[in-house]
Ligand binder design. Structure first.
Ligand SMILES: CC(C)(COP(=O)(O)OP(=O)(O)OC[C@H]1O[C@@H](n2cnc3c(N)ncnc32)[C@H](O)[C@@H]1OP(=O)(O)O)[C@@H](O)C(=O)NCCC(=O)NCCS
Length: 186
């Protein structure tokens, strides 16, 4: 497995992983109609725009590549990017109670369910922490759904802790509670 910086050419693979990971992670957690309506093509356009306008190094997207992963059953991505098994996107915090000059936010971290629990998430999280530290951030935060036990255990396993902040997240079709995790990058 290796980590590299994402490019706009990775948008299809990232959107594919995004939808597959959402559906697997949030089935029974978020409304099924919302998950059914997720549209990889729409997400792909959003990702392409994000990747084209990324202000590296304070904002960025990293992908994990696993040439050995058999994603043929689920990936519709092109051959050149088909080995992308996960991605993470980060930038300065968007929270009003934190300082965007010193707090970096892990905004998304998604692995294809075919590779869950094989260490790719840990590799990616470590790379994001390293990148945020090198970009000058002292602290990293991440929001996750309150009932996303898999992610909460994962973050806590890596030394992140809930800092007490919660928010109602308006997804349009429904509301859900998010909790914020935090780790020192020192
Ligand atoms: C959460 C996620 C990123 C973890 O990635 P991963 O590659 O599966 O995690 P790893 O294999 O690196 O696991 C590292 C450790 O985290 C913990 N962990 C991970 N998944 C777990 C699970 N389902 N149950 C319990 N512990 C878990 C374990 O301690 C694990 O170490 P171990 O396997 O040696 O016991 C991945 O499951 C995912 O993409 N989930 C869906 C999207 C999501 O919820 N993203 C984060 C919220 S924003």
């Amino acid at each position: 497995m290796e980590i590299r910086r994402a490019t706009p050419a990775d948008a299809v693979a990232i959107a594919t992983v995004h939808v597959r990971s959402w559906r697997a992670a949030y089935g029974g957690v978020l409304p099924q109609s919302y998950l059914d309506d997720l549209d990889a093509a729409r997400l792909c356009a959003q990702w392409r725009q994000t990747l084209e306008t990324t202000a590296w190094p304070v904002t960025g997207t990293l992908v994990v590549i696993d040439a050995a992963a058999d994603l043929s059953a689920g990936q519709a991505a092109g051959a050149d990017t088909a080995a992308i098994t996960g991605f993470a996107h980060f930038g300065p915090t968007r929270d009003e109670d934190d300082d965007p000059r010193s707090v970096g936010e892990l905004q998304t971290l998604y692995l294809d369910p075919l590779v869950w629990r094989r260490g790719a998430g840990s590799l990616l999280l470590g790379a994001v922490e390293k990148q945020l530290g090198e970009a000058g951030f002292a602290t990293a935060t991440a929001w996750t759904l309150e009932n996303n036990d898999r992610a909460r255990i994962f973050y806590e396993r890596h030394g992140w802790h809930p800092d007490g902040a919660t928010k109602f997240h308006d997804w349009g079709a429904f509301m859900a509670t998010d909790v914020r995790y935090r780790v020192s990058l020192a």
